[in-house]
Design a protein around this ligand. Structure first.
Ligand SMILES: *[C@@H]1O[C@H](CO)[C@@H](O)[C@H](O)[C@H]1NC(C)=O
Length: 135
């Protein structure tokens, strides 16, 4: 059991090292005059490289800074709040619904997610047009 864990950690570190080195070298190949644009570019490249391996190495999505710990189509996502993968891969929330706790809810009228995820009305009235109020 211990050796399996060690193996997985080693794999993860190797995958990270590959992702990091390839994103840095590709960023150097494509110079960008805007410094902020460059760092953003490197970041998004890095995220792409990391998430592109999660079908094979799902543990890579648990790395700090990942978009989420779940994997859909080789991308790390967060089932809790992802509007395109809400609760499961490919489950889209259609307007005006949003994804809260892995479920599509209508924030205009949902008593537990009124206006935004986790905003409970409780004794602040009922949810009307996304606001808790006594109408
Ligand atoms: C997913 O999103 C929720 C809500 O923002 C957050 O609390 C949680 O830490 C996220 N999970 C990951 C793995 O990022």
């Amino acid at each position: 059991m211990k050796s399996i864990n060690l193996f997985l950690v080693t794999l993860l570190i190797m995958a990270l090292a590959i992702a990091l080195s390839s994103s840095i070298s590709s960023a150097m190949e494509e110079p960008n005059s805007n410094i902020q644009g460059t760092s953003h570019f490197i970041l998004s490249r890095k995220q792409n490289r990391i998430s592109l391996t999660c079908d094979k190495y799902p543990k890579i999505c648990h790395v700090k800074g990942s978009a989420g710990s779940d994997c859909c189509n080789n991308r790390c996502v967060n089932f809790t709040i992802d509007m395109l993968n809400c609760g499961r891969c490919g489950k889209k929330c259609s307007f005006p619904k949003i994804c809260c706790e892995g479920k599509c809810v209508n924030p205009r009228s949902n008593e537990k997610h009124c206006g935004k995820c986790g905003n409970k009305c409780d004794n602040r009235g009922s949810c009307v047009y996304g606001m808790c109020s006594y109408a």
